[in-house]
Design a protein around this ligand. Sequence first.
Ligand code: PEP
Length: 251
Amino acid sequence: TPDVRPLVAGNWKMNGTRASLDQIKAISDGVAGHALVSKVDALLCPPATLLYVATALCTDSPLLIGAQDCHQNASGAHTGDISAEMIADCYGTYVIVGHSERRSDHAETDHLVRAKAEAAYAADLTAIICIGETADERKAGQTLEILKRQLAGSVPDGATAENTVIAYEPVWAIGTGLTPTADDVEKAHAFMRNELATRFGKEGAKIRILYGGSVKPGNAVELMSVANVDGALVGGASLKASDFLAIYGAY
Ligand code: PEP
């Protein structure tokens, strides 16, 4: 997309311990020394337990650090949750909200995801809002209808190209090794671009739309070259620095 800086983001999910800090350091060093560093953003979202040490490790690095979820409130009696303020306090700058695993494991609704994105804005974080159809919805030919509903329900009215990134992650493609065809990705991304432009105007048309779901070094070049794909959200393949950096290099 013209005037849009691509973003390659890694989501470690519930993986990573102190022993994984060497991978964070390797990703940080790899991005810092990469020819693409002036053109393409790189973000890593480790588990919350590693957030503070990860940002400390990356203070002088172009590698951005974010979290995988936040509560919709800034503080309070919510045992086990972390707030967007806490993420910002740890020097995180991004937060993923509405990942399909949160939607299924924790019954998160579009309404809740929207509240979480608003909490992210209030803490000056960029929200990566995840949407995507299930296998059954795809079989029933409802993909675009689902994307329309999730965009309308999960994206706050205050969304801008600075505070929001959309991640299109077909649920059936996450962690399965399956990916949509380039043609299907192109159709979905063109549809989302049009929805964002209709609702948010010229500014909204610059909101980055990432593709996620089984992105690997071997398919990254093809997926990243599809029109209206402004980067990737990478799960499994972000755990190994060499894989993540190979995907980053696909730009
Ligand atoms: C994800 O968790 O956002 C994801 C896309 O996972 P994977 O790359 O492992 O399919």
